[in-house]
Design a protein around this ligand. Structure first.
Ligand code: 5AD
Length: 353
């Protein structure tokens, strides 16, 4: 059993020695093989609205960005999810900027997808109230993605204008409500130190998240950080590898951001240093180009079918097997199948997965 302490983590994050870096990647690859096997789970993502009330300095769809905004209709979202199932996906991720347009529609959208497909439904719609998270869980949402972006509270505030504590509270609520929860960070944010990254990694382990999204910072035109250098791809791969070694069986995607900076020809490497998930974009093309969180996204112009063929090829090239299974969390706590909880004097029995 390998147990890394903070000093080891910092050492590996800092080393330029290519032998040591390869050794780290090989170790992560072995741990991935042992704890999660050789399947790479395919998840579909629908970016259903770029309307956002937040003003994060790194993000291309921030409130002050001068871009055309869109909000897909609930029916379009459901149709798109059904299309994802037809393509062979087992999971659909519904992601949007943080807005309140869907607050009273989300539960119906989730319910309809759960009633008409076998898909696992993942929400990625930002910070909400406990009551809203509960409502969406009752409607059948299985998982939730809410990256903490950086575990440094000062840096988080500086970049997002918001308090990290609120986000952590949301993550606690989501865990309490029996969601499979994904967090994650951005590597190479302006002002971020190696120690910050080591703390992110220790937080991944301590919170025992079900999923972890790790990607490099990519400067985006029209944001306050447009002239800052992008995050280093090797450093990002190291963070992915260390996350695998520390957390063992978390689901870790080869994020669009890391695939974008590495380019298509090197993307298969990500699956050999810890990643075991990949997301395919099924957002209708007319909207997809407007969901420009950062430029150059690898998936921007490909139609979902040819994209799927390409990614399956990359996965096989890495010696692994693409899988359209539902691919729920591998954490032990999921063996407990139901969760009983009380809210506003009412009792709820929630099925876990
Ligand atoms: N570079 C890299 N990742 C970014 N995100 C937002 N803006 C950027 C950027 N410029 C990531 C955040 C967010 C996810 C949806 O996209 O981590 O959680």
């Amino acid at each position: 059993m390998i147990e890394l302490i903070k000093g080891d983590i910092t050492y590996y994050l800092e080393t330029n020695n290519s032998e040591e870096i390869s050794e780290l990647f090989r170790l992560a690859d072995r741990i991935r093989e042992r704890y999660v096997g050789n399947k790479v789970y395919l998840r579909a993502i629908i970016e259903f609205s770029n309307i956002c009330r937040n003003n994060c300095k790194y993000c291309g769809i921030r409130r002050d960005a001068n871009i055309k905004r869109y909000a897909m209709k609930p029916k379009e979202i459901v149709k798109c999810a059904q299309y994802a199932e037809d393509l062979g996906y087992g999971t659909v991720v519904l992601q949007s900027g943080e807005n309140s347009i869907y607050d009273d529609k989300m539960a119906d959208i989730v319910r309809e997808i759960k009633e008409t497909t076998k898909l696992a439904v993942v929400l990625s719609i930002g910070e909400k109230t406990y009551g809203q998270y509960l409502e969406y869980r009752i409607a059948g949402a299985d998982r939730y993605l809410l990256k903490h972006e950086t575990s440094n509270p000062k840096l988080f505030y500086e970049l997002t204008g918001r308090n990290l504590e609120n986000r952590l509270q949301c993550l606690r609520w989501l865990i309490d409500l029996g969601y499979q929860v994904g967090s994650g960070n951005i590597v190479g944010l302006p002002g971020q130190t190696i120690e910050d990254l080591a703390n992110d990694l220790l937080m991944f382990k301590e919170w025992d998240f079900d999923m972890l999204g790790i990607g490099p910072f990519i400067p985006c035109h029209g944001t306050p950080l447009e002239n800052h250098p992008p995050g280093d791809p090797i450093l990002t791969l190291k963070v992915i590898a260390l996350a695998r070694i520390l957390t063992k069986n978390a689901h870790i995607p080869a994020t669009t951001a890391i695939r974008t900076v590495l380019g298509d020809d090197k993307a298969h490497l990500i699956f050999r240093c810890g990643a075991n998930v990949v997301m395919g974009n099924v957002t209708p093309l007319e909207y997809r180009k407007l969901y420009r969180i950062y430029p150059g996204k690898v998936c921007n112009f490909k139609d979902p079918e040819s994209w799927l063929n390409d990614i399956k090829e990359q996965i096989r090239e890495a010696g692994l097997k693409p899988s359209g299974e539902v691919g729920h969390s591998l954490k032990r706590r999921w063996r407990l199948k139901t969760l009983k909880l009380k809210h506003n004097n009412k009792n709820f029995d929630l099925k876990k997965c």
